[in-house]
Design a protein around this ligand. Structure first.
Ligand code: FPP
Length: 247
């Protein structure tokens, strides 16, 4: 039985989030510049998006650029931005052919204007698609997102539009970038690092975390299937006991 056949299609996670890590180390192993790793990471992005769409995963969020990534050498930041712009515009047609909608979360206004415009263009062109939503986290960090949400809520309280005592989980959810998305049930991180690194801290509260030693440019469909099979073999208790889940 292949890994894909082992996947139970009635127990699929609706939303999978991925920290694509290890591009730099992959390039270093090959004696190449870091950007060579990012360029090869694009193939893994394609494979993962294709696998998610084929399986019918409703949301796939990829951590493509963190707020902290702005601190990398200027040369690498610029090369990554160019790669993003180029990939987004080159892939829009394929996204449409496969009924995939593009969305983005993060401080998008901080992106270089060509990258921002290309992104908005692709989001607009794919807005009518509904098989899978591919969410790019760009210039994103979870603490930035939570601070923004708190500021917006505080402003509403100050303006008398809301009472502080009525603030609950739904209030926070609806002020995050992911307001209209289900929470990720599975988070995959490549490259052997076992951290969340400021990614969807609120939204991952009950997610299953899956870590693999594979470096991102080596990540293929089979690795994605393996993560889903592993997820499906876990017992998700949400604070309850095993016995309560059976009854
Ligand atoms: C982490 O590896 C990867 C990134 C910061 C960027 C990921 C970007 C791509 C794969 C390019 C294309 C993406 C899209 C969505 C079109 P790292 O550089 O932190 O690797 P290291 O930990 O080995 O140094």
């Amino acid at each position: 039985m292949s890994l894909k056949e082992k996947i139970n299609s009635s127990k699929l996670p609706q939303h999978i989030a991925v920290i694509m890590d290890g591009n730099g180390r992959w390039a270093k192993q090959k004696g190449a510049e870091r950007i060579y790793g990012h360029e090869n990471g694009v193939k893994s992005v394609r494979e993962t998006v294709e696998a998610a769409a084929e399986l019918g995963i409703k949301y796939l969020t990829l951590y493509a650029f963190s707020t902290e990534n702005w601190n990398r050498p200027q040369e690498e930041v610029m090369a990554l931005m160019q790669l993003l712009v180029h990939t987004i515009s080159a892939e829009t047609k394929t996204l449409n052919e496969n009924n995939i909608r593009l969305a983005a979360i993060g401080d998008l206004k901080s992106l270089p204007s060509d990258c921002y415009n290309e992104l908005q263009e692709a989001i607009k062109k794919t807005a009518g698609n509904n098989r899978t939503t591919l969410v790019l986290a760009l210039s994103y960090s979870s603490r930035w997102e939570i601070i923004n949400a708190v500021k917006e809520i505080a402003q509403k309280v100050q303006d008398g539009l809301m009472q502080a005592s009525t603030i609950n989980e739904d209030t926070i959810n609806s002020h995050l970038c992911t307001a209209d998305m289900p929470e990720p049930e599975l988070m995959i991180r490549t490259s052997g690092e076992n951290r969340i690194s400021n990614f969807l801290l609120w939204q991952l509260a009950y997610a299953e975390l899956y870590f693999t030693d594979k470096l991102w440019p080596d990540f293929r469909k089979e690795d994605f299937y393996e993560a889903i099979v592993d997820y499906q073999n876990r017992e998700r208790r949400f604070g309850k006991t095993s016995e309560q889940l059976i009854s």
